[in-house]
Write a protein that binds this ligand. Sequence first.
Ligand SMILES: [Fe+2]
Ligand SMILES: [Fe+2]
Length: 258
Amino acid sequence: MKKRIFKSATIESIDFNKIEHESFLTQWFMSYCILVSSAERFIVKSCSQGMRQSTNQVLNNNLKVCFFQEIQHAESHEIFNELYFHQNKLIQIFSNFSSFINYKVIAAFAPLSLKISIASAMEQLNAEIAYYGLSHIRDLTSNPEFSDILVWHFVEEIEHRDYVFDLMKELKINFMIQKIGMILVLFSFSFWITAGALIINSRTGFRKFELFQLFSTDHLLERFYKSSKKYLTKNYHPSHEQVPFAFYNYQRKFKDLQ
Ligand SMILES: [Fe+2]
Ligand SMILES: [Fe+2]
């Protein structure tokens, strides 16, 4: 796990008009980029509070690098949003509404243990998205800049995926809370990201509408469900997951960003 600086110029040179017309899968990943920055800020905020109760120095040091990575992601996604919102006001309203409901209403009233459980579940599904994305990067987009920002994000999500889970275990958050956190995140990720993709799709017409892909074998919503199920088995640990081979290639590619 490394601290890397991602150049905002890469995001500024994305041709948003072009990528939103690529495919429904591209639109789904655009929606993910738009919505995930609030989730990343929520993860950093909740886990920083939780870390104060942890005396495990090795874990705390790893969490600090994880927070660095998440803040970089959130900032890059916010630049992405600012640029894309100029041409799509409806998705801006939707994104603000989603952040308000999820983070100002639902999460604001949750106790810290549930917030950390939600953060850990988000990391689980972020990593699942990363596994899918790294294995299918050519299907996601043909735009090199958008591809770069996605791959960089995926690599780091896989690098830091274990640490929020470890914090949840370190703080001895009980299994029922872990379960509630995952159920909330499973529905929230599936619903909000797909709804955002449908809003983007409504601008580009239904010509390339491939919603069925999300429900067919080895596609994202099915993967979410399987990953959640695994996550809720006793003795599960994210380090047991087999990382796609592409991860190591892309990790090498991004090493010079350090
Ligand atoms: Fe992230
Ligand atoms: Fe993450």
